[in-house]
Design a protein around this ligand. Structure first.
Ligand SMILES: CC(C)(COP(=O)(O)OP(=O)(O)OC[C@H]1O[C@@H](n2cnc3c(N)ncnc32)[C@H](O)[C@@H]1OP(=O)(O)O)[C@@H](O)C(=O)NCCC(=O)NCCS
Length: 370
């Protein structure tokens, strides 16, 4: 067994803070695992890009732990919850650099964040992790859509710890530049189908003040209206105040957010949106973030209308990026059909895993008193 230690990382307030090199090393671990699993560098983030999310923990508390060998970071674990003391969920991940696996480091990291979850009375543990393609037997998601290779180390690791595969997410990639004529045609067809009740509005960075409440509702519905299979993830409530807090925390980030939203003219409310997270460097890939059409406005091709509009907006605002990447549940045919029509092709798959830790007498007592 190698001599390793685990400690909690102090999230650096800025790149000048003493723990910045460790934070960078932990981001490096994340990037290596994404590249290994998806076979592309498109999903790489810099430490500066990820820092705002780690510093803003008011609405989604998070903590990071690192595993070290002779001082060097060789693995990391992340822990995230919702702030409400009655919420029962924790999102966890343990990642170890390939050269340091099979030495008990992953187990120690996972033990650390699972212990934290137990201490905070979080009994529903959720892990999203990439599973690289491999030959051999497969484990199929209970949704019936998608599977992961049973022999992969992360699959064996999670099964041995009592997690159940609940859902498979497809990672897809669209090569840029997208065909302009095709985009224009998709957008025109979708607009004709949607009719005159809906208009498209695009903006960069902060949401215009008059639409903050609407966007907050759309974000909240992201947590309840997207298919989450047996994960049963909780409602994550957004308010205009939280939206402003989040957008303010991103000021100074090297990335910028491009949004396309559909305004329902009769009600004067935004009823659908889609967002792209754009890195400053034009030779890097763009990340597709949330897309949602409120249930009561589905069936009007607003998904295609907004996605094609935002890709046109991207080409105008920040041309030259090599690709856009996106993640969707494998059973979510509606959004996959839109993405496939636009030219997205699969680049890899992620398993979404859940473990429900039985309540002990002790945890029932402490949850009664909270
Ligand atoms: C999954 C992952 C975290 C495991 O990390 P790891 O450091 O290799 O984990 P461990 O060493 O604790 O356990 C892995 C294997 O090594 C074995 N092992 C544990 N201690 C050992 C030791 N001292 N000597 C030899 N083998 C050991 C374990 O029994 C296990 O064997 P098994 O797969 O045959 O059951 C790692 O593969 C990884 O980072 N994968 C990518 C990220 C990911 O998918 N994370 C999801 C999990 S939250």
């Amino acid at each position: 067994m190698s001599d390793f230690s685990i400690d909690e990382l102090v999230i650096p307030a800025s790149p000048n803070a003493p723990s910045w090199p460790d934070f960078e090393a932990a981001v490096h671990v994340r990037n290596i695992i994404e590249a290994e699993g998806f076979g592309t560098n498109d999903l790489q983030y810099s430490a500066a890009e990820l820092l705002p999310g780690w510093l803003n923990t008011k609405y989604d508390p998070k903590r990071m732990f690192v595993a070290r060998v002779a001082g060097a970071v060789v693995g990391r674990a992340a822990y995230e919850t919702l702030p409400g003391p009655n919420d029962d969920h924790a999102w966890l991940i343990a990642q170890v650099l390939p050269a340091w696996r099979n030495r008990g480091i992953g187990t120690a990291l996972a033990d650390r964040v699972e212990l934290l979850a137990a201490t905070q009375n979080r009994h529903e543990l959720i892990v999203y992790t990439v599973s690289a393609e491999a030959a051999g037997e497969r484990l199929t998601a209970p949704t019936g859509f998608g599977s992961v290779p049973l022999g992969n180390s992360e699959v064996r690791f999670l099964l041995a710890r009592g997690y159940r595969l609940e859902q498979v997410e497809r990672g897809s990639r669209l090569e840029l530049p997208a065909d302009k004529t095709l985009l224009r045609r998709f957008r025109a067809d979708a607009a004709a189908h949607a009719g005159g009740d809906y208009t498209v509005h695009c903006w960069s960075e902060e949401t215009p003040p008059r639409w903050r409440d609407d966007l907050a509702l759309l974000y909240t519905r992201m947590s309840t209206d997207a298919p989450t299979a047996g994960l049963e993830e909780p409602e994550d409530v957004w308010t205009a105040e939280r939206l402003v807090d989040e957008e303010t925390s991103r000021v100074g980030s090297p990335r910028r957010m491009l949004t396309a939203a559909a305004l329902h003219e009769p009600s004067g409310r935004l009823v659908a949106f889609t967002q792209l997270s754009v890195p400053a460097e034009s030779d890097r890939s763009v990340g597709q973030e949330d897309t949602l059409v409120l249930r009561e406005h589905r069936g009007h091709r607003l998904g295609m209308l907004l996605k094609s509009a935002n890709l046109e907006y991207l080409a105008q605002e920040s041309p030259g990026h090599p690709s856009v990447t996106t993640f969707n549940a494998e059973e979510n045919r509606h959004i996959l059909e839109v993405n496939e029509a636009l030219g997205f092709v699969p680049m890899g798959y992620e398993g979404a895993w859940k473990r429900v830790v039985p309540l002990t007498d002790e945890s029932i007592e402490s949850s009664d008193s909270r």
